[in-house]
Design a protein around this ligand. Structure first.
Ligand code: NIG
Ligand code: FE
Length: 396
C-alpha cells in the first residue's frame, strides 16, 4: 500500500461537479487500485507515504479515439486545404485516407512501431494513461493485423492500449465494389479477434466512405462475434449514423457536427457516448458545431479525444483538446475534463477508471496547477509533474 497525501484532488466523483478535496490523500493498494480516497487528515496510516505539496491531482487522461499507427504524413494536403480544396475533394481525388494507406502498406513493421512510439510518448507526456488506437490504414487482412499488432506493442511504454478494427474506413484500390469490400471486412474479423487484436469495431459512415446499409453489415458481424461497435458519424453530413449506431447499442458515435435532433434522442435512449473531436473540427475549418446543448439536455455523456491522424487531426495534445472543447464547442472546463477521463473511458466500455474513487484503477496525474479549470484555460503549455499509470513500462 502506498499513500499519496497533501494534494488538491479533482476526483470527478458522481455525475457532475469537480469533486474537489482541498487537502486530499489517495491510498493505492498492491493490485493498483484506490483503496481509499479522502481528506489527508483522515487517511489510514501506512509506511509508504509520498507528499504532493499541494499539487493538483486528476484521474489519468483517457484518449478514446486515435489513429496513432500509420506511415507518412499529409502536410501536402494541409497546404491544399489552405488553398481552398476541401477534405472531401482531396479524398475523392485519391488522396486523404487512401494516401496514408499506401504509405502504411509501404512501411515496415518496425518503422510503423518507431513512429507510433514517438507519438505515444507525446500523449504520455501530457498525462494519457489509456489510449484507443484504430486500424484502418491497412485495408487488407495482413496490413490491418500489422497495424493492430503495432498498436498493442505500445503497451510496452506503460500505457493501457485498446484496439479498434476500422477496416471499413475507405475503399482500398484493389476493390471496385464497396459491397464486395464490406464482405471482406466481415470475413477478416474472426481471425483478428481470435488473435486477441480487437476490442471493438468502428466504421466511417459518410458519402465519401460507406453507406448506413454497408456499416450495418459490419456492425452485425461485430455483434455476432461479441464485439461492441463505435462509429465515425455525421462528420461531414447527416447520414443517420447516430441512429444506426444506437440501434446496435454502440459504445460511442464520434465527430457529430451534423448530428440531428433524432440522432441525439437515439443516442440518449441507447446510452451511446458522444465523442467530440475538436482537433478535426479545427483543422478542417469546419463551421458547423456539434449540438452540445441538445446532447447536454438529453443527458448524453460527452467525451473528448485527439482523433490523432495524419489528415484531419494531426495533434498529439490532449491538453489542447481540453481548451478547444471549451473555446470551440462551448463545453465547461469540467465537461472537458470529464470528456478526457471518465466519459472517455465509458466511450471504450470501461467503467473501472476515470475518477479518483475507491475501487477504481489508480491511474492519475499530478499537475502544477491550483485548480482543475486551469488545465483547460491555458494552451501550448504542459503543467504535468508526474503521471502514475498501472500499465507499467515493459509489461504488455
Ligand atoms: O476521424 N473521418 C474519418 N477518419 C479520420 C480521418 C482519417 C484521415 O483523414 O486519415 C477522422 O477524422
Ligand atoms: Fe477518427
Amino acid at each position: 500500500m502506498k499513500l499519496w497525501r497533501g494534494g488538491r484532488l479533482a476526483t470527478l466523483a458522481g455525475e457532475r461537479g469537480w469533486g474537489l478535496i482541498d487537502d486530499g490523500a489517495l491510498l493505492v493498494d498492491d493490485s493498483g487500485h484506490f483503496a481509499w480516497v479522502g481528506p489527508s487528515a483522515d487517511a489510514p496510516r501506512v509506511d509508504d507515504v509520498a507528499e504532493l505539496h499541494g499539487a493538483l491531482v486528476t484521474p489519468g487522461l483517457v484518449d478514446c479515439h486515435t489513429h496513432l499507427v500509420y506511415g507518412g504524413n499529409r502536410a501536402n494536403e494541409f497546404e491544399q486545404r489552405l488553398h481552398g480544396v476541401s477534405y472531401a475533394d482531396i479524398a475523392r481525388a485519391g488522396g486523404g485516407i487512401k494516401s496514408t494507406v499506401a504509405a502504411t502498406r509501404a512501411a515496415s513493421e518496425s518503422e510503423l512501431l518507431a513512429a507510433a512510439q514517438r507519438r505515444a510518448r507525446a500523449l504520455i507526456g501530457e498525462g494519457v494513461t489509456t489510449v484507443e488506437i484504430k486500424s484502418g490504414y491497412g485495408l487488407d487482412a495482413a496490413s490491418e493485423a500489422r497495424m493492430l499488432r503495432v498498436a498493442r506493442r505500445l503497451a510496452d511504454l506503460g500505457l493501457d492500449v485498446r484496439t479498434t478494427y476500422l477496416a471499413a474506413h475507405a475503399l482500398p484500390p484493389e476493390f471496385r465494389d464497396a459491397d464486395a469490400y464490406i464482405d471482406a471486412v466481415c470475413a477478416w474479423l474472426p481471425e483478428l479477434q481470435a488473435g486477441g487484436l480487437v476490442d471493438a469495431v468502428d466504421a466511417f459512415c459518410e458519402h465519401i466512405a460507406f453507406s448506413p446499409a454497408q456499416v450495418a453489415r459490419v456492425f452485425e458481424a461485430a455483434l455476432q462475434h461479441g464485439l461492441p461497435v463505435k462509429l465515425h458519424a455525421e462528420q461531414l453530413s447527416d447520414q443517420g449514423g447516430a441512429q444506426l449506431a444506437a440501434r446496435h447499442r454502440a459504445l460511442s458515435a464520434d465527430h457529430l457536427e451534423y448530428l440531428s435532433p433524432a440522432g441525439v434522442q437515439a443516442m440518449a435512449e441507447a446510452g451511446t457516448v458522444a465523442v467530440l473531436l475538436p482537433g478535426a473540427f479545427y483543422a478542417l475549418r469546419e463551421t458547423r458545431l456539434p449540438p452540445v446543448a441538445a446532447l447536454r439536455e438529453a443527458g448524453v455523456p460527452i467525451a473528448l479525444a485527439t482523433d490523432h491522424n495524419p489528415g484531419s487531426s494531426p495533434t498529439l495534445s490532449p491538453l489542447l483538446m481540453l481548451n478547444m472543447g471549451c473555446v470551440l464547442f462551448g463545453l465547461t472546463p469540467e465537461e472537458s475534463l470529464r470528456g478526457l477521463t471518465v466519459n472517455g473511458a465509458r466511450a471504450l466500455g470501461l467503467h473501472d477508471r476515470g475518477q479518483l474513487v475507491a475501487g477504481q484503477r489508480a491511474d492519475f496525474c499530478i499537475w502544477q496547477a491550483g485548480h482543475p479549470r486551469e488545465l483547460a484555460a491555458s494552451f501550448g503549455h504542459n503543467p504535468l509533474i508526474e503521471r502514475v499509470c498501472q500499465a507499467r513500462q515493459g509489461e504488455p
